[in-house]
Design a protein around this ligand. Structure first.
Ligand SMILES: Nc1nc2c(ncn2[C@@H]2O[C@H](COP(=O)(O)OP(=O)(O)OP(=O)(O)O)[C@@H](O)[C@H]2O)c(=O)[nH]1
Ligand SMILES: [Mg+2]
Length: 269
């Protein structure tokens, strides 16, 4: 028996235009090649890397794994728990290892172990992890695993606001800007339960972040992943922004490492 859902002409048009936007974004991401999206001049000697690496950071249970699974779903078109969510087998601290997944041949995503808290003292650990100077295990040094676009995942706490992470952010953001010449990307999860988005934007920008690098998303989860075309588009736009940021960061890094320039030319975005 065939079950048909009748859509009004308006709903049909909306549905079709969302599908075509999803296709356009997926094609654009699939066609991405390192060095092709940068707004920076890398110089003629720039050796394009074969891929860029995006990595999530944040406290335990903030939605890092669910966010990466959501990006994967939006890009690949099918839901998979590529990364295990924390409450499916036991509470808290599910992701233990820094774990790469190939999204496209040119883009790899990394899940990381959640931080216990966002105290000021965690900033150096996070910076060492982002720059590849240190692995998860403090005794294991994993040089060469640099993250090109750090994505900071925040589960907003309506009771405390950003009080628990203000000092952390105020210290982390300038360090990332110095290292990468740009802001980190920040994703606030559990967006559907947030009623005061403007207030959060204000708080976070006061802590040193820029508004254009800040996104809100209700993740797909293992128990709730019915495809929503608007959410797919929002996720693909975040992915596009992260790849773009990674692309700018690789050219900045190249110039900083290989062709030291006078300060004014290493423009900070
Ligand atoms: N409603 C809702 N639930 C979410 C969202 N993001 C994650 N969750 C749920 O929150 C819990 C923690 O999510 P994870 O993605 O495992 O969090 P994590 O940051 O990877 O946690 P660790 O690996 O332990 O550090 C899981 O039960 C998810 O299903 C969201 O945006 N909305
Ligand atoms: Mg996890």
């Amino acid at each position: 028996m065939c079950t048909c859902i009748l859509l009004s002409p308006f709903e049909f048009h909306y549905y079709m235009s969302n599908l075509s936007e999803i296709r356009r974004l997926r094609d654009k991401i699939q066609e991405y090649r390192p060095g092709n999206w940068t707004i920076r001049d890398a110089g003629s000697s720039f050796e394009k890397p074969s891929k860029v690496q995006l990595g999530v950071f944040g406290v335990q249970d903030s939605g890092k794994s669910a966010f990466l699974n959501s990006l994967y779903f939006a890009y690949k078109g099918f839901f998979s728990q590529v990364y295990l969510e924390s409450n499916t087998e036991r509470q808290g601290g599910e992701t233990i290892f820094r774990d790469p997944t190939v999204l496209t041949d040119q883009v790899t995503i990394f899940d990381t172990r959640g931080l216990l808290d966002l105290s000021y003292y965690k900033v150096m650990d996070v910076m060492n992890e982002i720059t590849g100077k240190r692995g998860i295990d403090p005794r294991s040094w994993t040089a060469g695993e640099r993250i090109d676009c750090p994505i900071f995942i925040l589960k907003y706490n309506s009771a405390t606001g950003i009080q628990h992470c203000r000092d952390f952010l105020s210290s982390l953001v300038p360090k990332i800007r110095k290292e990468f010449g740009s802001y980190p990307v920040m994703v606030v999860t559990f967006a559907e339960s947030i009623l005061n988005q403007d207030e959060i934007i204000c708080d976070i920008t006061l802590a040193g972040m820029e508004k254009n690098s800040l996104f809100f998303i209700e993740n797909y989860t293992a128990s709730n992943h019915e495809m929503d075309s608007k959410k797919h588009i929002a996720l693909l736009k975040i992915l596009e922004a992260c790849i773009k940021r990674a692309d700018d960061n690789i050219t900045f890094h190249w110039r900083k490492e290989k062709e030291p320039l006078p300060k004014r030319k290493c423009e900070i975005m």
